[in-house]
Design a protein around this ligand. Sequence first.
Ligand code: SF4
Length: 459
Amino acid sequence: MNAAQWKWGRSVCRSAPVSYIEEFSVQVMVRVSRVIPGSIAEELGLLAGTELRAVNGREIADFLDWEFLTADEELTIEVRLPDGEDVVFDVEWEPGEPFGLELEPPNIRRCANRCEFCFIEGLPKGLRKQLYVRDDDYRLSFAYGNFATLSNVKERDIARILEYRLSPLYVSVHATPWEVRKVLLNNPRVPNIVEQLTRLAAGGIQVHAQMVVVPGLNDGAVLEQSLTDLWNLGDAVLSTALVPVGLTQFSHLYSGESMGVENARRVLASVERWEARALAERGDRWVYGSDELYLLAQRALPDAAHYGEFAQIENGVGAITALRTRVLGGVGDLPRLDGKRIGVVTGMAMAPMMPELLDRISVQTGAMFELIPLENTLFGPTITTAGLLTGADIRRGLADRHDLDLALIPAETINDHGVFLDDESFIAVRESLPIPVYPSYDFLDALIPEGVPAARSAA
Ligand code: SF4
């Protein structure tokens, strides 16, 4: 995992939803967390806390079993109610009709690797313990698009992936040469990824692949070999993202080179060679550089057409272009906010991209925008992602800004519980500041008037 992938509020090893991980359960059983009123589940008398034990004689080990084994029209469901009573239901229903159950979060499969570049290894000490959970879970890869290395996948897991047709999966390949991959993942027991992917491909499973590129380890000839191996898997590999290694000041394991301008340009040159081949031979680009790679190489980001369906946007591939497209497309809906002074907090990486958007919004609204780029005090200056700014950073950046009417901060900085990465609550930070502060993903969400508090206070 690297900084681009570890998006606060969204994900781990590409992106496990952090809020989801924070709630992860340590139990193996599958339990109901909520029964939807008026549903079949309620009719049966199921309650929150009910344990789902088997469907049609097959044991329920996790949410995937429940999802797939209940696809039949006739079900025999064995449950244990919260009071300990075991009950068997025979149910006839229309598959596809909602059963009306929400399940407790599963126990997350932990990562057995210890990559030098792992962003979690680069977290400062003292954060809440859930933030240090390293997931490597093919089930979350299928369900949420988290990247998994498949290092901890056993024979029975492969059988499940094939039986349930868990496709597409998101796979952290990093390198295909086996010995190099062992070094990159810092795990001598990693399976041969080419053999794994070949087997999955034979069973009709497709993957989106990613490689975190570490200069000196998996760039150059290793990168070429890896792209060749992935290409040779044909349609089984839907896309491949190349992401530069990202380090914090606490990345104590890392012994490689950093990804400077020249290294980033060399990696982008590989991207361009391979995308030319892919466009000619299969009609899509297939290989993509992450936004961070373009920024490091000091190259302009491609336009929206380049990214097709934005298959790896959650991996930081095309995210900036998508934001730009969304803002420019919706700016005409913004109201007049003449004379208002609006601060826009961002990270150092996004700062150069912002003036173009803010100028356009300013023309439309008449408001004056001031960009407030902040350094990350928790991770150090090498981490420039806006979404990883902390409550303390926001407080510091806005503490004396009595001159502004309001400020927008990146909504990604706050998790589902309203808490920043450094455990500061949004409400506490907001109340400590002299101006109204609003989280925003794309300005439009905060400044388009209907029911939006930021727009009301700006108007
Ligand atoms: S150790 Fe490697 S595989 Fe495991 S979470 Fe970190 S980056 Fe991902």
